[in-house]
Design a protein around this ligand. Structure first.
Ligand code: NAD
Ligand code: UDX
Length: 468
């Protein structure tokens, strides 16, 4: 197989950035260039003080170790294409907003544009790796486009190599992945290309964890993995509603169920609902695929995972209103956490946004604190979530604070929306003193010690437990 010496990654986002930075770290013999059309993003990756465009524990150390050595960030996509022998396409594939499949299908425009650019610019053979999450058979379309536009003596081999990292733990996940999945055509050339990419990962991933399969299996496995992970959360969240109504405790139920080695203990934490850029988008994509294949029952099955998640968010904001004597108009609610999960500054599809939108429509005042999310991002997300309100009006109802304690002062209730570790060690007695009474805590993340807070005087409502 080809010895990979020069890697290009198109797309310097949450996936392309960390993934290819780790490849550069683990493979000092390979030159890795990450390109993006977004100049501000590339400038941040190149910033002198390592003020990187995404927050991810451990990422800065990796970039410090390799940037300028064998890791480069650039906006010169064409130069990158010319030099590379292997190209990762790691561009965004959001849910389509209009046209055929709107609201469900993946928007493949960015993948297609990147593919066309590779075909137009390349003057030598390349291995092109689909890193973005895409519907089944996208590799086939990429191959058709590349072959129809290639120059003589240019061969393109297409691989699928979906990424399984989770945000917040991306570097740890990349250092020791459960598995690396590579899909290829089962032809001699396809298998050679697959071996070339496998040899890159073999620099640090044990070979038994590098799985090689057909192209379509690889593409579908990515959607399947996310659908099954999200399905666990929707299942446990559905049970949390039963717990609240009956007096069972979802933590105890999940623990008992997860003790069965066939189920396993991970990923069974009830919550205010899953967020993130992947789960909803990839399930909707699977729903669309199922419908296109005339499998309406299969589509309905997976769609319900997303519907349960919407229900969980709605149910939680309703519980807040109900508990606060059926009205929150004019009341102050402190929302702790705006990111979709802990240890990231990413807010895409964050449940926090939905809750705040609901509180604003009840005409409450909302005080927000998040340790990592930039203020500008919060304003942008709320403006998008509340199209009926001007930003000026949103700012009359919402304030952003630099700490949990300041956000909570004079409020009627605290809502924990993200499982940031620091929320466990808030000086609760001090917070209690500064709040209006009765003071409520709504724990959407099973984070705080309910007994301890109740002793201080708080009224506590925890997801998956009846209100005491
Ligand atoms: P992102 O939006 O953070 O990054 C994508 C980047 O690609 C953007 O910076 C954009 O400017 C750039 N881009 C788009 N078209 C380009 C082009 N033609 N040339 C150069 N740059 C271009 O997205 P992300 O979160 O990194 O996700 C990328 C893909 O990986 C998606 O398909 C996603 O589903 C998948 N994925 C994401 C995660 C995750 O945790 N975020 C995990 C696994 C898989
Ligand atoms: C997910 C997949 O885990 C990852 O493999 C894939 O590559 C991308 O999509 P990510 O969205 O970054 O990763 O984070 P993840 O840890 O999966 O959390 C997703 C959402 O589910 C978060 O909002 C999280 O808070 C929530 N969650 C997770 C729960 O509510 N309960 C759990 O038990 C686990």
């Amino acid at each position: 197989p080809v010895q990979v010496k020069n890697i290009l990654c198109i797309g310097a986002g949450y996936v392309g950035g960390p993934t290819c930075a780790v490849i550069a770290l683990k493979c000092p013999q390979i030159k890795v260039t990450i390109v993006d059309l977004n100049k501000a993003r590339i400038d941040a990756w190149n910033s002198a003080d390592f003020d990187l465009p995404i927050y991810e524990p451990g990422l800065e150390d990796v970039v410090r170790a390799c940037r300028g050595r064998n890791l480069f960030f650039s906006t010169d996509v064409d130069k990158g294409i010319l030099e590379a022998d292997l190209i990762f396409v790691s561009v965004n594939t959001p849910t389509k907003k209009s046209g055929v499949g709107a609201g469900f299908a993946a928007d493949l425009n960015y993948v297609e544009l990147a593919t066309r650019q590779i075909a137009a610019v390349a003057t030598s053979s390349k291995i092109v790796v689909e890193k973005s999450t895409v519907p089944c058979r996208t590799a086939e379309s990429m191959r058709t486009i590349l072959e129809a536009n290639s120059k003589p003596n240019c061969r393109f081999d297409i691989l699928s190599n979906p990424e399984f990292l989770a945000e917040g733990t991306a570097i740890a996940d990349l250092f020791s992945p459960d598995r690396v999945l590579i899909g290829s055509l089962q032809t001699p050339e396809g298998k050679d290309a697959c071996a070339a990419l496998a040899s890159v990962y073999a620099n640090w991933v044990p070979t038994e964890r590098i799985l090689t399969v057909g192209l379509w299996s690889s593409e579908l496995s990515k959607l399947a993995a996310n659908a099954m992970l999200a399905q666990r959360i929707s299942s446990v969240n559905a049970l949390s509603a039963i717990c609240e109504a009956t007096g069972a405790n979802i933590d105890e139920v999940a623990h008992a169920v997860g003790y069965d080695s066939r189920v396993g203990p991970k990923f069974l934490k009830a919550s205010v609902g899953f967020g993130g850029s992947c789960f909803q988008k990839d399930i909707l994509n699977l729903v669309y695929l199922s419908e296109s294949l005339h499998l309406p029952e299969v589509a309905a099955y997976w769609r319900q995972v997303v519907e349960m998640n919407e229900y969980q968010k709605r149910r939680f904001s309703k519980r807040v209103v109900d508990t606060l004597f059926n009205t929150i108009t004019g009341k102050h609610i402190a929302v702790l956490g705006f990111a979709f999960k802990a240890d990231t500054g990413d807010t895409r599809e964050s449940a926090s946004i939905t809750l705040i939108r609901d509180f604003l429509s009840e005409r409450a005042f909302v005080n927000i604190y998040d340790p990592k999310v930039a203020e500008s991002q919060i304003w942008q997300d709320l403006a998008e979530a509340c199209p009926n309100l001007t930003l000026e009006n949103i700012k009359k109802q919402v304030k952003i604070f630099p700490s949990a304690i300041e956000a909570s002062r004079n409020s009627e209730a605290i809502v924990i929306a993200t499982e940031w570790k620091e929320f466990k060690t808030i000086a609760w007695a001090e917070v209690y003193e500064s709040m209006k009474k009765p003071a409520f805590v709504f724990d959407g993340r099973l984070l705080v010690n309910e007994a301890e807070l109740t002793k201080i005087g708080f009224k506590v409502a925890t997801i998956g437990r009846p209100t005491a």
